[in-house]
Design a protein around this ligand. Structure first.
Ligand code: SF4
Ligand code: SF4
Length: 86
């Protein structure tokens, strides 16, 4: 009966949740990253990839701009920016 409910994080990968963003998205500075993986862990869209230090990045087709990755990063190596910034 609960079949159609989206139950696990990342299952919205089928939908382009990037269109939910309201003008802001995270920018991965790639300067201080220690590869702790916390950003990847907390992202509700599971749209962050990376393994080595300073290689983490978000897939903006799915990022909804929630800012959790920015909040959790212990090195302050991610910041919210406008859509136009690379
Ligand atoms: S802002 Fe960060 S945590 Fe939120 S969806 Fe985008 S990449 Fe994931
Ligand atoms: S939370 Fe910050 S330091 Fe940790 S992997 Fe992500 S970008 Fe790197």
């Amino acid at each position: 009966m609960f079949g159609p409910l989206i139950a696990k994080p990342g299952s919205s990968k089928k939908n382009l949740t990037g269109s939910w963003r309201a003008g802001k998205r995270p920018k991965f500075l790639r300067k201080e990253c220690i590869a702790c993986g916390l950003c990847k862990l907390v992202c509700p869209e599971s749209c962050i990839e990376g393994k080595e230090k300073n290689t983490y990045k978000a897939d903006y087709a799915y990022c909804k701009g929630c800012g959790l990755c920015v909040f959790i990063c212990p090195k302050k190596d991610i910041e919210m920016t406008g859509e136009e910034e690379k």
